[in-house]
Design a protein around this ligand. Structure first.
Ligand SMILES: [Zn+2]
Length: 255
């Protein structure tokens, strides 16, 4: 069989003609179907302030709303199911089951109530948390030392940026944005606009949990510069991950 016959018989030419890089990425992942379960916990004091239009908007809303935020996330080959668990005080800060992520919409005040040891475990892992507890025993004997305050500041600083993944315990914390400006609202209504903002943050943080790091590539879900291209593509449901990133995500599920 010569090459042309081969192509005719297999339909390969059609496939080649129709294949864009993003299709290739999708094809790779479609062979591997993974399930990911996301448990949602909501802080009843979560308020989003939009200063320019003087709105305070509570996150206490319907199950459908939280699921819709999640449904905006596009990870080819991954079936994500969302389960609204309830109040934030039921979040354990322990590792959930395999292929499971705990997601908390939480205020900074509530984060400050979490024992520091638990936060360190989430940010830096079990071993560091143990080291911290040991160091703490020693340091508590020296009252003038402000090491614990410094540590507290460091962690709060790391957390205070809209969203954070505690990848050692598969947990995502989403805190209220310091400010959502009027230009972010654009032509959408307020609830939809807020949903989209949190949607892209959530997608980015899921990326971290699945092993992705920041990239300078733009537009890309893992770029730290989210505006405006990322946002536009996200709204249109266009791919924001490259082939390498999708490969890496598949590795996460294989391990
Ligand atoms: Zn990030």
């Amino acid at each position: 069989m010569d090459r042309r016959d081969f192509i005719k018989k297999t339909g390969l030419a059609t496939i080649l003609a129709a294949t864009k890089p993003s299709d290739i990425a999708a094809a790779i992942t479609q062979k591997e179907n993974h399930d990911l379960k996301i448990n949602i916990y909501v802080d009843p004091t979560f308020l989003q302030k939009i200063p320019e239009i003087s709105i305070q908007w509570a996150m206490q809303t319907t199950r459908r709303f939280y699921e819709n935020i999640g449904l905006q996330t596009e990870y080819p080959g991954i079936n994500i199911t969302y389960n609204l668990k309830g109040n934030i005080n039921e979040l354990s800060f322990e590792m959930p089951e395999q292929n499971e992520i705990n997601l908390a919409y939480i205020t900074m005040d509530t984060i400050r109530e979490v024992p520091l040891e638990k936060l360190i475990r989430g940010v830096a892992g079990e071993e560091k948390a143990r080291e911290y507890m040991e160091a703490r025993k020693q340091i508590e004997k020296i009252p003038s030392l402000s090491y614990l305050d410094a540590l507290d500041d460091y962690l709060i600083d790391k957390l205070d940026n809209g969203g954070t993944s505690l990848d050692k315990i598969n947990t995502i914390l989403i805190t209220p944005y310091k400010d959502i400006q009027r230009h972010d609202i654009r032509k959408q209504d307020v609830q939809q606009a807020i949903g989209t903002q949190y949607g892209i943050t959530l997608s980015h943080e899921i990326g971290h949990i699945l092993g992705l790091e920041h990239t300078k590539e733009s537009p890309n879900l893992m770029s730290s510069n989210k505006y405006p291209e990322q946002m536009n593509r996200f709204l249109l449901g266009q791919p924001l991950l490259n082939k390498e990133q999708i490969k890496k995500i598949n590795e996460y599920f294989r391990n």
